[in-house]
Write a protein that binds this ligand. Structure first.
Ligand code: PLP
Length: 323
């Protein structure tokens, strides 16, 4: 992972959430402040919004699409900025270079959750980030077999506080999982390349379909941040999202009519998986917060797997006809 990422040091953790929590706990203490983009994976949002404040760390959630919103939120005691890009599930992008500059101007470190992009499509450290965190449970394993996480960054932080916290508090990766995940890493480049290629074909197929209110794919010209995607990513992502014009009923009808694509919540898997964020990963949030994130009942997230792209398109085509 150090070689893929261009990082000085790394540590494995028991899960992606162990990586995120350990990383943030290492950077802050009571009285500090954290700025984060508000479109975060559910667990990450919980750590930032609910958990850190319990320990006297105040947090501000901002609109990740707008670098100026990070500038406005920075305070004298801001120690860390935490972002995820592309975001789950609506694949919004955060300008890593711009936010890294803002964090550094204020003496804070930038932590990037790079799970959706993978190290094959985006290298945050090269764009100015200080630390990168992964859920290895996703593309790195790639077959839904094991949980794991990774924290990468400069040797001073990783071999200092992060090493000490892992050693003393126990969120370590198990040796067996490390072995499984290393086997996954051997095929990561080929899998991500194939999944990204298929996702691009599916985005082209879905684009303009009358049953969709909107398509979300960073590699498609219809994405409002397509230019930023071209600038900071080496591909359009293995995930895409769609908003069904018929809302929640249409989303459920589509998912139920799919035969090849499974309904589940994992992502980055060899099997294509569709999920309904409003009733699963983001069910904990209030209707109002969900609406602010654009996670309506009509949104479906598709993680594109390794099946033949034509078979996936045929499955989607049939299911769309049933809606
Ligand atoms: C899954 C995921 C996590 C958490 O990873 P686990 O291994 O499930 O703990 C964090 N961030 C993102 C973006 C994820 O998709």
């Amino acid at each position: 992972m150090k070689l893929l990422e261009g990082a000085e040091a790394a540590r494995g953790t028991a899960s992606g959430m162990a990586a995120v929590t350990t990383c943030l706990m290492a950077l802050v203490k009571t009285g500090d402040h954290v700025v984060a983009s508000r479109a975060l994976f559910g667990g990450c949002r919980y750590v930032v919004e609910d958990y850190l404040p319990r320990w006297g760390v105040s947090t501000s959630l901002v609109d990740g699409k707008d670098p100026a919103s990070f500038s406005r939120a920075m305070r004298a005691n801001t120690k860390a900025v935490f972002i995820e890009t592309p975001t789950n599930p609506t694949l919004e992008l955060v300008d890593i270079r711009a936010v890294a500059d803002i964090a550094h101007d204020h003496g804070a470190l930038l932590v990037v959750d790079n799970v959706f992009a993978t190290p094959m499509l985006q290298k945050p450290l090269q764009l100015g980030a200080d630390l990168v965190v992964y859920s290895a449970t996703k593309h790195i394993d790639g077959q839904g077999r094991a949980l794991g996480g990774i924290i990468l960054g400069t040797a001073d932080v990783i071999e200092g506080d992060i090493h000490t916290i892992i050693r003393q508090t126990g969120p370590s990766m198990s040796p067996f999982n490390a072995w499984v995940l290393l086997k996954g890493l051997e095929t990561l480049p080929i899998r991500v390349a194939k999944m990204t290629e298929s996702a691009g074909k599916i985005a082209n197929f879905l684009s303009g379909n009358q049953k969709l209110a909107r398509l979300y794919y960073p590699g498609h010209a219809s994405h409002p941040q397509f230019d930023l995607a071209e600038k900071q990513m080496a591909g359009g992502s293995t995930l895409l999202a769609m908003e069904m014009a018929g809302g929640r009923d249409a989303a459920f009808a589509l998912a139920d009519a799919l035969a090849l694509i499974a309904t589940s919540n994992n992502l980055g898997d060899a099997k294509s998986i569709i999920s309904h964020p409003a009733t699963t990963t983001h069910a904990r949030l209030s209707d109002e917060v969900r609406a602010g994130l654009g996670i309506t009942g009509g949104i479906l997230r598709l993680s594109v797997g390794l099946e033949d792209a034509n078979d996936l398109i045929a499955d989607l085509s049939f299911a769309l006809d049933q809606v």
